[in-house]
Design a protein around this ligand. Sequence first.
Ligand SMILES: Nc1nc2c(c(=O)[nH]1)N[C@@H](CN(C=O)c1ccc(C(=O)N[C@@H](CCC(=O)O)C(=O)O)cc1)CN2
Length: 283
Amino acid sequence: MKSYRLMIDCPDQVGIVAAVSQFLAEKNASIVEANHHTDRDAKWFFMRHEIQADSISLSLDEFKTAFAVLAEQFNMNWRVVDSSTKQNVVLLASRESHCLADLLHRWHSGELDCNIVAVIANHDHLRQMVQWHGIPYHHVIFDKENKQVAFDEIKELVHQYSADTIVLARFMQIFPDELCQEFAGRVINIHHSFLPSFAGAKPYHQAHQRGVKLIGATCHYVTAELDAGPIIDQEIVRISHRDTVEDMVRKGKDCEKSALARGLRNHIEDRVTIIGNKTVVFD
Ligand SMILES: Nc1nc2c(c(=O)[nH]1)N[C@@H](CN(C=O)c1ccc(C(=O)N[C@@H](CCC(=O)O)C(=O)O)cc1)CN2
């Protein structure tokens, strides 16, 4: 069923829910799903509506024009998207295949409603798996002495494919600040620890050394500060003294796949709003 997704955030005040509900009712909009939240500390309001597109007689552009009047009154940040317009997603990978394979399967089975338009990797061994899915594979070679050349090639490919979202599926290169800025809120990473614990390299080794009883994975937006961007989703699993690092890597991979898939799904369904370095997720 085709729907329109209306996402709003604005300074909190009494009357927003009533005003938006009244607007939608006057347009005969059939509300499929409605969520709202108030961040009391920030005094900021968040709302997401999914409405049945064929319940209103307006086109998307006419709906936007009409809603803009209400949005102005409440100083809203807002957007309306057509659910039938799928996002173009580019996946980036390095050596590890589990997250890439999991996303490809979820996409192939229809669970992820997006267009995976390309895979870009700094190693070539995942090519056959990707091409089995009929997806273009680009091996971008990283010269340790000059990584900018590789990132320029990645940026060119992202534009060539008109990517809306970039997913780092265990891509193990640090994104330059310039790309973090240009694609702010559109690059999603899976870090293989329950952040903020064990940021940086080899988190499972760090966790084993610390003797923790829980490990996990964190899906977050990529920012210039490594592994510190707004968290979209997390998953954990219990471990014990009996677990070796290899056991933790094995158990942790299931956490990584779950957190990344949920995080990406919520992102492409327009369920995530970023506020400061946090998110509101209407899942
Ligand atoms: N600007 C950002 N870039 C990336 C982020 C991020 O949050 N901000 N997340 C990382 C993922 N990551 C851990 O999840 C991570 C990846 C790579 C490294 C790292 O030190 N890489 C080395 C090269 C390693 C190699 O060549 O195998 C490096 O870039 O010098 C640390 C953490 C993805 N990028």
